[in-house]
Design a protein around this ligand. Sequence first.
Ligand code: ATP
Length: 239
Amino acid sequence: MTIAQAHRTAAKHPPRRVALFGGSFDPIHSGHLAVARAADRRFNFDEIHFIPASRPPHKLKQHLAPFPHRFAMASLACAEHPHFVPSLAEAGEDFAGTQLHYSVDTVRYFRHAYNHHGDRIYFIIGADAFLDIPVWKEYDTLLGLCDFIVANRPGIRAEALRLVIPPDLIARPDAKKEAEQSPSQVIAHLRGTSIYLLENISSEVSATDIRRRANRGQSIHGLVSVRVEEYILKQGLYR
Ligand code: ATP
């Protein structure tokens, strides 16, 4: 594409900032929504896609609510936010969510769908999940495919997050870039992408705790959105 063509395309399609937030979302809870809202405040997204993870056949025995329930709850939680989008990206052709999906392929799919000049994809992830990223498929490729926003979680230091990134992927410090962002907000700049840190928004809320409470018949009010609470009760989930 020539520069003139790129400018014409950009004029027709203003660049979009799109965030991807994947998880088991079993169920989606106020901790997830707080992270998404904080990321939105900082990066001003056009869309944030909540992507319930598929449950591959070899993990069917693992305790996880069926995909349709997790997708329904993500949809209900997104209903109050005009640009929060429940995503079927990992639903599979039969929408059963039983095919194996890797994040690197999901990000490629979104890069293909949002391919106008200037579009930018961000991957939102909790710090605990980011620490596990070296075992993800093609993780070094993944880190170069989109920006990352890591929501810090209690007890995890920023240096530990930096150590996860292969040193050869880290770009040499660039004075201009460093000046743009305070160091506490950036974990690392890679060659074409950056890994940002979102501090002080993580809560202690976890899906494990919510399932446990629901199982014991305890209230989950305030831990999930009102619509999701209603859905869990009506469907008798986690009893
Ligand atoms: P579980 O308790 O079942 O392990 P979870 O509450 O951690 O679930 P997931 O759906 O596995 O929820 O999380 C999706 C993403 O959201 C992960 O990247 C995780 O680190 C992040 N996350 C979950 N809960 C919080 C929270 N309270 N604050 C910040 N990030 C969170």
